[in-house]
Structure formats: structure tokens, C-alpha cells
Write a protein that binds this ligand. Structure first.
Ligand code: PMT
Length: 221
């Protein structure tokens, strides 16, 4: 039994990694499995929301009742998020977006060359999707970001909340087992723009998702 406290709301979620092609066989990506984002999407649907899930490539089934949009690169995720942004009451940006992409994608497989045994790949910065949404969002849209940190969780997370104009940030330590990428559990600390801090215990990502939605519902009601 789930409380239907998101009835009538549209929740836009992004999940999974982005993938930046180098050539037809190689890419730059990260360790995101999509589990955290899919848990948020599934939890919101169970609580009565219409849910749109923009997802990078993952090995997970779409949660029941959720509208899925599949993307690859950061640019594709940016377009998909902005295509659906107007309809959203709540946006939760869980995706692990690559901060850099190759300056150009080669049309053919890059061959080994030279005697040195090394090559240089030139990268350029990707768009910051969350920051762009933060600048564009309406006052009545509630924006939640995630922060993946390896140290100084609170300082970096609250810094990102400010810089990206977020209403809430869910901060998790990555690079430790049982939390962050790939695990079925996560250890998250929530910070809201108006100063609330909730230190959640290590728990299944499904429970973390509901705790985040509890905090969102509390903030918007
Ligand atoms: O998918 P799992 O395996 O379950 O792992 C979950 C997770 C560790 C990926 C998730 O809990 C998490 O921390 N997601 C955010 C990952 C991330 O990109 O963090 P960041 O601190 O680099 O970025 C901060 C925020 O800005 C994020 O909401 C991110 O979506 C967003 N961002 C970042 C860069 C960029 N170019 N565009 C963005 O929108």
C-alpha cells in the first residue's frame, strides 16, 4: 500500500549514465547502473504521479506505468529533458552525466599508430543540464539534484545546490561499497534550499527514493 500523495503531479526523472562516442567502437561513460533513478521513478509512479523517465543506457526494465525516453549522450539527455520540462511539477536529476565529451567523434575506428604507444584525446566540456534547468524552471516547479562526491560531501553538495539553483540536493558518497554507483543500497544526505538537513541511514535505493519523495511532498505542500 502506498499513499497517493503525488496524485495529479508529473515527475520528470533522469537516470543512468551518459555515453559519449569516441569512434564507432569506443565511448566515454561512467559506472551508473540506473538503479537509483529507476527507484525514484518507480516510487513516484506508485504514489500516483505521472512519471517521465529519461534514461541513459542501462540493463534495467522500465518500471511499470512509467513513460521512458532512451538517450545516449549528454546532448541527447539535455534535449529530452527540455522536451518534457514544461509538463513537470517535480524534476529529479539522478543521472550521472559525463562532464566531458570528445571534441569530435571519428567516423571510423581509430587505428593504433606511431611508435610511442600513446595517443591524446581532446575533450570539451558538456552542457550542464541541471544548471540549465535551474535557470529556466518556473517558480512552481520543484527541482532536485544529486551530488556524487568522494569527500567533503556537505560543502560540495550545498555548493552545487546554490550554483545550479536547486530546491533540494541528495548527496551521496561514491567509491565506497554499499553506496553510490551500482549498489542496491545507498547512503544519502538531503539538503534543502531553506536549510533542512536529513541524514538518511544506509538503506535500499527504493527506500531512499521514497524518503526523497517524502521530503519533496513536505516541501511543496
Ligand atoms: O545509477 P546507480 O548505479 O544507482 O548510481 C546512483 C548515482 C551514484 C549515479 C546517483 O546516486 C548520483 O549520485 N547521481 C548524480 C551523479 C552525478 O553526475 O553527480 P555530479 O555531482 O557530478 O552532478 C551533480 C548534478 O548535476 C547531478 O544531478 C547531475 O545529474 C547533474 N549534471 C552534472 C553534469 C552535467 N553536465 N549535467 C548535469 O545535469
Amino acid at each position: 500500500f502506498y499513499k497517493k500523495d503525488l496524485n495529479g503531479k508529473t515527475v520528470l526523472v533522469s537516470a543512468g549514465p551518459t555515453v559519449e562516442p569516441i569512434d564507432p567502437v569506443r565511448f566515454i561513460s561512467n559506472h551508473s547502473s540506473g538503479k537509483m533513478g529507476y527507484a525514484v521513478a518507480a516510487a513516484a509512479e506508485k504514489r500516483g504521479a505521472r512519471v517521465i523517465l529519461v534514461s541513459g543506457p542501462v540493463n534495467l526494465d522500465a518500471p511499470a506505468g512509467v513513460e521512458c525516453v532512451s538517450v545516449g549522450s549528454c546532448d541527447q539527455m539535455y534535449d529530452a529533458m527540455f522536451d518534457h520540462l514544461d509538463q513537470a511539477d517535480i524534476i529529479v536529476k539522478v543521472a550521472a552525466v559525463g562532464d566531458f565529451k570528445p571534441v569530435s567523434t571519428q567516423a571510423h575506428k581509430i587505428k593504433k599508430s606511431g611508435e610511442q604507444g600513446h595517443m591524446t584525446l581532446e575533450l570539451t566540456q558538456n552542457k550542464d543540464i541541471l544548471k540549465a534547468i535551474g535557470l529556466k524552471k518556473r517558480k512552481n516547479q520543484y527541482l532536485v539534484g544529486f551530488a556524487a562526491e568522494t569527500r567533503d560531501l556537505e560543502t560540495y553538495a550545498t555548493g552545487k545546490m546554490e550554483k545550479k539553483h536547486l530546491d533540494m540536493i541528495a548527496a551521496n558518497i561514491v567509491g565506497k561499497s554499499g553506496s553510490g554507483f551500482k549498489a542496491d543500497t545507498n547512503k544519502v544526505k538531503l539538503f534543502t534550499r531553506d536549510g533542512h538537513v536529513t541524514d538518511l541511514p544506509l538503506m535500499p535505493k527504493e527506500a531512499v527514493a521514497h524518503a526523497i519523495l517524502d521530503a519533496v511532498v513536505q516541501a511543496i505542500s
